[in-house]
Design a binder for this molecule. Structure first.
Ligand SMILES: Cc1cc2nc3c(=O)[nH]c(=O)nc-3n(C[C@H](O)[C@H](O)[C@H](O)COP(=O)(O)OP(=O)(O)OC[C@H]3O[C@@H](n4cnc5c(N)ncnc54)[C@H](O)[C@@H]3O)c2cc1C
Length: 568
């Protein structure tokens, strides 16, 4: 049956491309077209820059704080993570000797203020090119404005560096009771207004209609809300139950973030699936149908997350200006900074895709406690990640909760009049997690395109069109992709997307940028002219040679690529 016929969720109709993603401000089609342009760029940034492709985290030493996780461990080889054992594989600036030189002796756990004071003179020893973001991360103490339990990147913190590009998120085989227990615990964090007494929870009038879909036996056997929720998840009615709850926007957003993250994980595992008969990795259409296609509200939540995270990255445009990207390779650091600045600058500013200013507007005690509750619950989700029994899933689960936590922090703690305009310092791990989370959602949206193509092909009885693979870009190619991005930014401006009111300085900067790029273009053409003239001469000589030998003359290289081919 088609999704439309099997689901009563309001998101079913809303999934039409032109429809707006509910709770966001852009349509599915807008977000898809934005993603088509941004995707190669985000990929490059996340996978091909040292700053964003290494992550340090404590993957093995944290125990699950909620239950004994010994039974849920995954022994598959696909669950394993390759950590960087050899220090020479890590950019020099992050190696232990460098980090410990910066920290100095550490006899006891210092407070945040002490940490800052102690690190300052040591940072100064490194010289002006090195900032806090290069080497020093505060340890895993929570800041008031954190939505996540932070990772400790200091040398004394237990942890390993992981190359994210070498540990892609894909099918691992982690499933069953252990995985379900984790998802259940995560969704339980969404129950802001849980009934206060066990009686309430089995009292049918206290439950929303979908909970009543549980059999009477199930409902009466449940002694508290936790059990009702567990039973609801088992019976597959939890999503509808939560949908139908009378929820304020903030609680709905909490649920959508989690469900969207779950949908993204499912998309990746279905798209990069191991066919255990042939040993081949590739998309598994059945997996997609069961987990996503038949649940349009999950897809809607994935798009919602894209809008939310993209908005947060866009808000970094001023912040990254002063940020020191430090890997020990100044050329790459400059490139990284330019790339993230361009990315942030190309994301429509203002509330065109997501409007965070409509959330947490209630400044009464109730409103403040709602925000605290929201933050604490999200922190709990990040703690639950220590209960994931598969290393690879835990790695990406931790990165993505940190990424969403950072997005929420940027959205709700950076200005907006909620807390004032003070900008919180972002840890390196937070920035890395944010960009990699965006990369995961962006790649999931591209994977959905593949699956949609497969569904059409299956219906028509044709072969699915293979998606073009992204080329592995070298730093020089990355620079070229910056040029492409200029076109994108200009194109968007022409279409009136992302055009906030501009000041005279902005207009001047924009015009100056245009003139500068035109000047660079002309200069590049002049520099390239001798090579091009040489190629023309060589081509004409070869044609003359063919003519002299009486052979058919080979066509000119720019002639056989069609009328629109401009290059030599
Ligand atoms: C943090 C984490 C990371 C993981 N990473 C990976 C990975 O990288 N690779 C891998 O192969 N496996 C991973 N897993 C396991 C994977 O997510 C599934 O749990 C597993 O494949 C079993 O799937 P399932 O069909 O039983 O349903 P599950 O995905 O386990 O879902 C459990 C229940 O939740 C509900 N549900 C499902 N999707 C949604 C949604 N989007 N929104 C709301 N409710 C939903 C449904 O009622 C479903 O029955 C991860 C698990 C966790 C907890």
């Amino acid at each position: 049956a088609s999704p439309a016929s099997t689901h009563t969720s309001p998101d079913v109709c809303a999934l039409e491309p032109e429809a707006k993603v509910s709770d966001a401000c852009a349509s599915y089609a807008d977000l898809d077209s934005l993603n088509n342009r941004l995707y190669p760029y985000i990929r490059n940034l996340a996978n091909n820059t040292d700053f964003f492709s290494y992550y340090r985290l404590n993957l093995y030493d944290k125990e699950c704080p909620f239950w004994s996780d010994e039974n849920g461990l995954c022994g598959n080889i696909a669950c394993a993570v390759t950590t960087l054992e050899n220090e020479t594989q890590i950019p020099q600036i992050w190696r232990a000797e460098k980090l410990s030189a910066l920290e100095g002796p550490k006899a006891q756990h210092p407070g945040r203020k002490q940490q800052r004071e102690r690190q300052r003179p040591l940072l100064d020893q490194l010289g002006t090119g090195v900032g806090e973001s290069c080497v020093v991360e505060y340890d895993d103490e929570c800041d008031d404005r954190d939505y996540c339990v932070p990772e400790d990147e200091t040398a004394s913190g237990k942890g390993d560096y992981v190359s994210l590009a070498e540990n892609p998120e894909r099918f691992t085989g982690y499933a069953g009771e252990g995985a379900h227990q984790v998802w259940e615990a995560i969704y339980r964090e969404n129950c802001f207004s849980r009934p206060s007494t066990p009686e309430d929870s089995v009292n049918v009038p206290g439950l929303s209609a979908p909970f009543q879909a549980l059999s009477e036996n199930q409902a009466h056997a449940a002694m508290d809300f936790k059990q009702v929720m567990k039973a609801a998840i088992k019976s597959g009615v939890a999503e509808q139950a939560l949908d139908a709850e009378e929820e304020c926007l903030e609680k709905r957003v909490f649920y959508r973030v989690i469900s969207g993250m779950h949908a993204s994980i499912s998309t990746h595992l279905c798209h990069d699936y191991l066919n255990q008969t042939t040993g081949q990795w590739g998309p598994n259409l059945q997996c997609y149908k069961e987990r996503l296609h038949e649940h349009p509200e999950r897809l809607s939540n994935l798009y919602f997350n894209y809008a939310l995270v993209l908005r947060a990255v866009g808000k970094l445009r001023d912040y990254v200006q002063d940020y020191t990207f430090c890997t020990g390779d100044p050329e790459q650091d400059q490139l990284t900074k330019d790339m993230i600045k361009k990315l942030a600058g190309a994301i429509p500013a203002g509330p065109q895709i997501f409007d965070e200013s409509v959330m947490f507007t209630d400044l009464t005690a109730d409103g403040i406690s709602l925000k605290e509750d929201f933050r604490n619950r999200f922190r709990n989700v990040s703690r639950i990640m220590d209960c994931v029994g598969c290393d690879k899933c835990r790695l990406w689960g931790k990165i993505q909760t940190n990424g969403f936590g950072t997005a929420l922090k940027v959205l709700f703690e950076f200005g907006n009049g909620h807390v004032g305009d003070q900008k919180p310092l972002l840890r390196r791990t937070e920035l890395v997690a944010l960009i990699n989370t965006l990369d995961k959602i962006s790649a999931a949206m591209k994977a959905l395109e593949t699956f949609r193509g497969m569904i059409v092909a299956e219906k028509d009885g044709t072969e699915p069109v293979e998606q073009a693979k992204l080329p592995q870009a070298s730093p020089a190619e990355m620079a070229a992709s910056l040029d492409d991005f200029d076109d994108f930014a200009d194109g968007e401006a022409d279409q009136g997307v992302g055009n906030d009111e501009q000041s005279i300085t902005d207009v001047f900067r924009e015009e100056f940028g245009l003139i500068f790029r035109a000047w660079v273009y002309v200069l590049k053409s002049w520099i390239g002219a001798p090579k091009k003239l040489g190629s023309i001469a060589l081509m004409e000589l070869s044609r003359l040679w063919d003519y002299w030998l009486g052979k058919p003359m080979r066509p000119r290289s720019w002639e056989f690529k069609g009328p629109n081919f401009r290059e030599l």
